[in-house]
Ligand binder design. Structure first.
Ligand code: ADP
Length: 397
């Protein structure tokens, strides 16, 4: 019998789920529950190899979604094949440097990290509690976005704030997208033929971050205490002068909540363009000569190039540049514009390889005289399934 892992990614109003084969990453059953805990009717969408079903969800809660997922797994004859549940958890603070089996103490530490990730961790705790009820006999494993970065040196993770804020409140750089960075770092030795390569990896999705990866760990990364810092994101600002939020409150009559909404939801590509947070839409507008789209994409690509160069400092050398995530895997425009500014680092793109490498292709898109520039599709679900399966069997990672 197959041993599948149910991978759960719980947000405040959504629950993404996927049944993953930990050996090869196959996903025979996946979907999303949406509009949870809102005034609207919730919905549950389930996709299998040959069907897609959408139903209303009442009550629209994480608990109800899991009950219906369990029922659908039984109907599909998959329930008995699930050997573990893997939870994607955004913030593990300094508690977790690798994936762990969830017990009461782990659950409480994830709850304690709510102070560091108030937008994400509350939903993870809700999801974990609901999943422990729905699958009382299965091992549940937490896989943290922050874990991969826990070996960063102090000089990379400290902010120049009173040290006491770090000591008493844990205010420091944690970094995110760790599951994706770990997946990519595991592929790199084979791609490059180097056992412990030094690589700058760009995970570019709706949120984007870079990591300076030395073999199997990061030495620096661009996201910080929260996933707001660093690159220009879809709707998030990325780096700004830290005086701006105070100034907006003092001079523009904004409240802390409205500033937060502005920085998280109305900025980034959306704020700069006034058109969309979606890179595809902006590239289409750019082709039509739209100036607002051009402005947004220019800021995006310039910031990306600048931060790539900064990550090379952390590594003290470079064996390869890597692109991944929805934008990194698909936007030959973003890749070419960013790398155009990095010739001084020995990075040059081959235009035709770049244009051909989209939609899940894995390829070195560098020209002959360049350091390697790889596009590698990421697979966070597979890594979560791998960790959950290993730990459920009592093995080490
Ligand atoms: P998330 O961070 O939500 O996981 P993804 O990694 O799926 O996001 O990335 C979403 C981003 O990828 C969006 O900005 C989307 O426009 C972009 N993207 C997807 N396909 C393409 C494409 N063919 N060309 C350019 N951008 C793309």
């Amino acid at each position: 019998m197959n041993h599948y892992v149910l991978v759960l990614n719980c947000g405040s109003s959504s629950l993404k789920f996927s049944v993953v084969n930990p050996d090869n990453g196959d996903e025979p059953f996946k979907g999303i529950a949406e509009r949870l805990n809102t005034n609207e009717t919730g919905s549950l969408t389930i996709k299998t190899a040959n069907s897609k079903q959408q139903t209303d969800l009442t009550p629209s809660t994480h608990e109800q979604a899991l009950l219906e997922i369990v029922q659908a797994l039984k109907n599909q004859g998959l329930a008995e094949s699930i050997s573990a549940v893997g939870h994607r958890v955004v913030h593990g603070g300094e508690y977790f440097s690798q994936s762990v089996v969830i017990d009461d103490s782990v659950r409480d530490k994830i709850a304690d990290c709510i102070r560091l990730a108030p937008l994400h961790n509350p939903a993870h705790v809700t999801g974990i509690d609901a999943a422990r009820k729905a699958f009382p006999n299965l091992t549940q494993v937490a896989v943290f976005d922050t874990a991969f970065h826990q070996q960063m040196p102090e000089k990379a993770y400290l902010y120049a704030l009173p040290y006491e804020l770090y000591q008493r409140h844990g205010i420091r750089r944690y970094g995110f997208h760790g599951t994706s960075f770990r997946y990519i770092s595991a592929q790199l030795p084979q791609c490059l033929g180097i056992e412990k390569p030094k690589a700058v990896v760009c995970h570019l999705g709706n949120g984007g971050s870079l990591a300076a990866i030395d073999g199997d760990h990061s030495l620096d990364t661009t996201m910080g205490l929260t996933p707001l810092e660093g690159l220009v994101h879809g709707t998030r600002s990325g780096d700004i002068d830290p005086a701006i939020p105070t100034l907006l409150c003092q001079q523009n009559g904004m409240t802390p909540d409205s500033v937060s909404d502005l920085l998280w939801k109305q900025s980034g590509l959306l704020g700069l363009s006034g058109i969309s947070n979606d890179c595809r839409t902006l590239e289409e507008a750019l082709e039509q000569g739209n100036e607002a789209a051009q402005r947004a994409m220019h800021v995006y690509c310039y910031r990306l190039a600048k931060l790539i160069a900064a990550q090379v400092v952390a590594l003290g050398g470079l064996d390869a540049l890597v692109f991944t995530g929805g934008i990194g895997e698909n936007s030959s425009y973003v890749r070419s514009q960013a790398v155009k500014a990095l010739g001084f680092l020995g990075l040059h793109i081959d235009a035709s390889k770049n244009d051909a490498t989209i939609r899940g292709k894995q390829e070195n898109i560098a020209s002959a005289e360049s350091l390697p520039i790889w596009v590698i599709p990421t697979n966070e679900e597979w890594l979560i399934a791998h960790d959950a399966h290993q730990l459920a069997q009592g093995k080490t990672l």
